[in-house]
Design a protein around this ligand. Structure first.
Ligand code: BGP
Length: 458
């Protein structure tokens, strides 16, 4: 069967500054943490040794062209542009981003730009990071500077990439700096991130720029083990905590009342100011980026909570391992393509069918060299993964969902936070030693799908 997509569908991929550019003047939390605890990073590889986009941007954009991308998302590094987060703008960084943006436009590849992709300037973390409202203001200033510098040529802006991840990693589950475990501090960081988002949206609207502004959220549909009310309730709480804590403010302009009531009853709410509500209401977006990798399956807890243990989302549910689930064993994530359809239908039915696109989807695989045939990685599993997700996406569009594009994670194999180069996601293989780039089979498949705006599948 042929799956054809609407005209002007966005075909492309996503990446981020810290994961691709290479070393810079301004220190981030990642540089700081790596210098102190290199053992926390796979094979001891830190954020300095990335895929050298800072040097190779011009030839890399040629490769994007070869993959028939009509759009590409990357981020601006706050710490590169403003090394101490709040002071002088670095003119070399302005030149760099100008060149990248101009070259993308010249090649017919629409730049999608994220302002914050997990890379907090260390100077900002030293004063409390997202726990401090001064950092919210510093971020709003940084966002405004970006709009002024690049807003004439960038028409698709994203305030944050997966803003819940630094909250989970840094304040609940110990996989980002500052490695705190404290729900109320997590809730404060999350709340201030929403305020920072809203301030950036406000600044964008005030500048009357020609483009649009949105956010990229990682949505993980919460599936209950069964329809037993206890399981359904567990899934509802997981959805409130992990999806609706950001989805509702950015699409509806307010938090879900039952999330607020739940946190209040456990004394976990952040400090709010009376004017915050107006600000949050002004943070409604034009375009939603959806990152989808895996579903969340939950059941009601089997055991009582230890009242001495730190308050956690898992006080309300247990993770559920569905028998027969299909796994990506390298990343430990379930592969469930219908999830993409369920997300779109939920947005259509419960959030007014917003303009949206899939901003990341992908599959990280270890030791891909074993699949080399005639010098090229033959990654059939990735083609299978993409085409399966695209068939569900196609079904969503055919049922009226307002999904405008599909971007893969990622373009060239890149550095993945604590996993460094363990799992490779790219359409293009990176040889870390030589920095040589070689297109994988999936890259060729994607190039022809993008060119034809369609693909064939049984
Ligand atoms: C998303 C992030 C990306 C990227 C991707 C793959 O959550 O936006 O930055 O890293 O996941 O995940 P990982 O690198 O953890 O394997």
């Amino acid at each position: 069967m042929k799956y054809a997509f609407p005209d002007n569908f966005w075909w492309g991929s996503a990446s981020s500054a810290l994961q691709t550019e290479g070393a810079r003047e301004g220190e981030t939390t990642w540089d700081y943490w790596f210098a102190r605890e290199p053992n926390r990073f796979y094979n001891g590889v830190g954020p300095q040794q990335t895929s050298t986009f800072y040097q190779h941007w011009k030839t890399d954009i040629q490769l994007l062209k070869q993959l028939n991308h009509n759009s590409f998302r990357t981020s601006i590094s706050w710490a590169r542009l403003i090394p101490d987060g709040i002071g002088e703008v670095n003119p070399e960084a302005v030149d760099f981003y100008n060149q990248v943006i101009d070259e993308l436009n010249e090649q017919g590849i629409t730049p999608f730009i994220t302002l914050f992709h997990f890379d907090m300037p260390m100077a900002m973390q030293e004063i409390g990071g997202w726990e401090n409202r001064d950092v919210v203001d510093a971020y709003a200033r940084y966002a405004q500077i970006c709009f002024e510098l690049f807003g004439d040529r960038v028409l698709h802006w994203f305030t944050f990439n997966e803003p819940i991840v630094p909250v989970e990693g840094g304040y609940l589950y110990d996989f980002h700096y500052p490695n705190v475990v404290d729900f109320r501090r997590a809730a404060t960081a999350a709340y201030h991130t929403v305020l920072a988002h809203a301030k950036a949206v406000q600044a964008y609207r005030a500048g009357h720029y020609a483009g649009e502004i949105g956010i990229v959220l990682n949505l993980t549909p919460s599936y209950p083990r069964s329809q037993n009310p206890a399981d359904v309730k567990a899934a509802h709480v997981a959805d409130l905590m992990f999806n609706r804590s950001f989805l509702d403010p950015v699409l509806r302009g307010e938090y879900p009342a039952d999330l607020v009531a739940l946190l209040k009853s456990y004394d976990q709410l952040p400090a709010c100011k009376p004017e915050d509500g107006f600000l949050i209401a002004e943070g409604k977006i034009d375009l939603l980026g959806i990152n989808y990798y895996q579903p969340r399956r939950v059941k009601c807890r089997d055991s009582a909570v230890n009242p001495q243990a730190p308050f956690m989302p898992e006080w309300f549910f247990d993770n559920y391992e569905m028998p027969g689930r299909k796994m990506n064993p390298y990343r430990g994530w379930e592969i469930y393509a219908p999830g993409i359809y369920d997300i779109l239908i939920n947005l259509r039915d419960n959030y007014g069918n917003p303009r949206c696109f899939i901003s990341e989807n992908g599959m990280g695989v270890e030791n891909e060299q074993r699949f080399i045939e005639n010098g090229q990685i033959n990654d059939q599993y990735r083609i299978e993964f993409i085409s399966e997700h695209l068939t569900w996406l196609h079904k969503g569009i055919s049922e009226g969902c307002n999904c405008l594009g599909y971007h893969m994670w990622t373009f060239i194999d890149n550095w993945s936070w604590c996993n460094a180069y363990k799992n490779r996601y790219g359409f293009i293989q990176l040889d870390l030693e030589t920095q040589q780039r070689t297109i994988k089979k999936s890259g060729e498949w994607f190039a022809s799908t993008a060119l034809n705006n369609s693909f064939e599948k049984e």
